[in-house]
Design a protein around this ligand. Structure first.
Ligand SMILES: [Cu+2]
Length: 474
């Protein structure tokens, strides 16, 4: 099939080339010069411009008609204003588009080249310049001022009693978090991310868990390095060399009053070195399976890994001692948070402030029915507030579609499964919303002792992140 299309294209190109040749020849035969275009030709081209304009306008009407209103009426309060702003712009753009293109193509037809007509020489006119500078300036100013005003309203601070919901993005799904009974979100920190704590909420148990896992991994690397045969031999040789040379590395530049101390120190150090050599010999002789033989590259990687783990540990320790202004214990605030997947609910008629976080790359939270979109940026929380005004049920009635659902999509191409990064949004009556929320699980439930989370499962993702960060910083 593809081959056939290719063939048609090639034949088409050859045909056009032949036609050009034929017309060239016919021009030469008729004795005209190639650049002499007849009046009839220019009339024809002028008429084709007009036909093109009519087709263009037809296509425009078609596109307006079939794609102009892809979304149902706005389901959020600010969306109504936003739609107004959008339509206002269209009302200005459309007549200008029709008029300017109309003149362009009409003039091409009307003033098609005529050998009997001489063009008027017309270089400049102040009045005309003024008109086509001032009118667009005024129109632009109106559009921009109206737009800024609407945008300022939409992005203004949320009201006191707004509901706060966090949308957390990662490749490739969304998590939605409600702040729980205390009304405060537990803080999140990517260093705390484990498989049981995918949002990296900071809690005492979480901190202890991460630290314990990190320590375990650091200890393992230390132990491996202490059993690496090459390193053991190297250490043994260094010890031998320093002892043999009598130079113990504590050279005190011959100050008399230090001589005695220096000697005592030297003997002490020798004893320690001998003991360590004996240890190494024993280990080399009887270490058995515990002994490892690694390449230099492997040793380097393991040391680098240990370095990353230690930095990760430092970052976790840095979080110690953080506090909230509100009086809620910062370490406890996350415990009653509710984390929701699959679909999330919001109550109709109440302002919702969304707080966005991202784990990995920039995503974009797009809720087209609410005319809402905001980038989610790793390390920089972003916000957007809106008030839903039409419940899911009402919208289903309006659209006559019992299966309709509002949707949250990722609107930033963020990777292979970007297309699938979406979630249903349900707008409920306040009562149904409260009932639904009450059923949602709490991050660390009261009947499950804190810290029950599996420490073994915990380490990997956090460490991966640490190494990802390591890779980025290089
Ligand atoms: Cu995404």
């Amino acid at each position: 099939m593809n081959f056939l299309i290719l063939l048609v294209v090639i034949v088409g190109i050859v045909a056009i080339a032949q036609l050009a040749k034929v017309s060239d020849l016919s021009v030469r035969l008729s004795g005209r010069r190639e650049e002499d275009i007849s009046h009839a030709d220019t009339r024809l081209i002028g008429s084709m411009f007009v036909v093109f304009y009519l087709v263009l306008m037809g296509a425009t009407v078609y596109l307006y008609r079939y794609y102009g209103n892809m979304l149902p009426e706005s389901a959020s309060a600010h969306g109504v204003d936003l739609d107004w702003l959008m339509n206002f712009n269209w009302w200005i753009i459309t007549p200008v588009f029709v008029l300017v293109n109309g003149l362009l193509f009409f003039f091409a037809w009307k003033y098609a080249y005529d050998p009997n007509r001489k063009a008027t020489f017309f270089a400049h006119d102040n009045r005309l310049e003024l008109i086509w500078t001032v009118i667009p300036s005024i129109v632009m100013a109106v559009i921009i001022i109206y737009g800024l005003k609407t945008w300022a309203q939409i992005t203004d601070a949320p009201s006191e009693d707004a509901l706060h919901i966090e949308l957390y993005s990662k490749q490739f799904d969304w998590s939605v978090r409600y702040p729980g009974a205390d009304g405060e979100f537990g803080q999140g920190n990517y260093n705390f991310i484990t498989s049981s704590n995918p949002l990296g909420l900071i809690t005492r148990a979480g901190s202890a868990e991460v630290l314990a896992t990190l320590q375990e991994k650091i200890d393992k690397i230390d132990s491996d390095l202490a059993h690496e045969v090459g390193l053991l031999h190297a250490e043994r040789e260094t010890l031998k060399a320093t002892m043999g040379g009598g130079d113990h590395g504590h050279d005190d530049h011959g100050h008399d009053d230090h001589d005695h101390d220096g000697h005592a120190h030297n003997d002490q150090w020798k004893a320690i070195a001998e003991q360590r050599i004996a240890e190494i010999d024993h280990l080399l002789a009887h270490g058995g399976d515990a002994l490892l033989i690694w390449t230099d590259a492997k040793i380097e990687t393991q040391r680098a890994k240990k370095h990353r783990l230690e930095r990760h540990r430092e970052r976790v320790l840095d979080v110690k001692g953080f506090e909230f202004d509100s009086g809620v214990d910062a370490w406890e605030a996350g415990l009653d948070d509710q984390i929701v997947k699959g679909e999330f609910h919001i109550p109709v008629g109440r302002e919702v402030e969304f707080v966005f976080r991202s784990r990995d790359v920039i995503h974009s939270a797009y809720m087209p029915h609410f005319r809402a979109q905001m980038n989610t940026v790793p390390g920089v929380p972003t916000r957007f507030k809106m008030t839903p005004i039409i419940t899911t049920d009402s919208m289903r009635t309006i659209l006559g579609d019992p299966d309709f659902n509002y949707i949250l999509l990722c609107n930033k191409i963020c990777g292979a499964a970007h297309f699938n990064m979406k979630m249903d949004v349900v707008v409920d009556s306040p009562e149904s919303y409260e009932a639904w929320l009450a059923e949602q699980e709490v991050f660390v439930s009261a009947d499950e002792p804190e810290g029950e989370v599996s420490a073994e499962a915990a380490g990997d993702s956090a460490e991966e992140l640490a190494s990802a960060e390591h890779a980025k910083s290089h």
